[in-house]
Design a protein around this ligand. Structure first.
Ligand code: GLP
Length: 289
């Protein structure tokens, strides 16, 4: 069943004082202006900036969000762009609209990385640890049948295969094998230092940004080789992740198989009922423990 679209009433109550929230949003924009050349859609950048302000408590629950017209004028973008950002925030549940009154900040808390496509580097840094990597292999080769199917590759297409042990504060946390079509980022072998962030490299050198990922998690036991690399006992419980990441136009562009230590991570699900979730499905985060 299709959920009814969220409707934003353009009529806002002019008696509601939005000036305080507007000046906070203006300060935020001065600190981190929109980057029009990054390839990241503007609505997404606006969504992220507002989300950061909501999550940090700078925009407080119960207070009104500046109006769509105000945000559009402040950020120098169309009202349509702002409306899309506002719709996304509403779908996350962090804001809500009231007929004839406008849009308000809700008290719903999000995990810091809830519903975001994070790289290992970002996720590790967000937890206050220092990421590093040991490269096991980095080469061009034909894809595995699984990767070929997941990425919709042609018969003769080659992929980059990057296999690394990922560390947080020098503790081995995971082994990741990432597979990317060569045509997506042809010079990767020459430009990329594989001990650093792959996602940063893809964004900066190739304008490639993964907007959505599908991830399947299974429980397994560490093989002798994986246990050795992760410095855990053979047969220890591990999470086995298979990730397919998609570009904004829906093209699958990354296939990743990962082994994460079961004693260092937990998988957290947020499950909700309601029309919003009919459209968006449940959200999951991987958290270090
Ligand atoms: C996460 C994902 C991987 C992705 C990696 C990139 O760990 N599970 O699929 O390849 O991030 O991380 P980084 O940009 O730090 O290299």
């Amino acid at each position: 069943m299709e959920a009814a679209p969220v409707v934003f009433d353009p009529e806002v109550d002019d008696n509601v004082d939005r000036s305080e929230m507007l000046s906070k949003t203006r300060r935020k924009m001065d600190r981190s202006p929109l980057d029009r050349r990054s390839g990241i859609p503007l609505y997404h950048q606006i969504e992220q900036r507002l989300l950061e302000q909501i999550q940090s408590g700078e925009l407080e629950p119960g207070k009104p969000l500046p109006s769509i017209q105000q945000i559009a004028a402040l950020m120098g973008v169309s009202q349509m762009t702002v409306r899309q950002a506002v719709r996304e925030l509403s779908e996350l549940g962090v804001i809500y609209s009231r007929q004839g009154k406008g849009t308000f900040i809700s008290g719903i808390k999000l995990e810091r990385d809830f519903r975001q496509v994070l790289s290992f580097t970002e996720e590790t840094q967000a937890r206050g640890a220092t990421p590093s990597s040991k490269v096991l292999s980095f080469r061009i080769q034909p894809p595995s049948p699984e990767a070929m199917e997941a990425l919709g590759l042609g018969e003769s297409e080659k992929v980059f295969l990057l296999r690394r042990v990922r560390y947080g504060d020098s503790v081995p946390m995971a082994i990741e094998s990432s597979c990317l079509p060569v045509r997506l980022c042809p010079g990767l072998m020459e430009t990329f230092d594989p001990t650093t962030s792959l996602y940063d490299e893809l964004a900066e050198q190739f304008g490639v940004q993964f907007m959505v990922t599908d991830e399947v998690v299974e429980v397994g036991k560490a093989s002798a080789e994986d246990a050795h690399l992760l410095e855990i006992a053979p047969q220890s419980p591990v999470f086995l992740f298979t990730r397919v990441s998609y570009l904004e136009n829906g093209t699958p562009a990354e296939h990743v198989k990962s082994v994460y230590r079961g004693d260092r991570y937990k998988v957290v699900n947020r499950l909700t009922r309601g029309s919003r979730e009919l459209r968006n499905g449940p959200a999951t985060t991987l958290q270090r423990i």
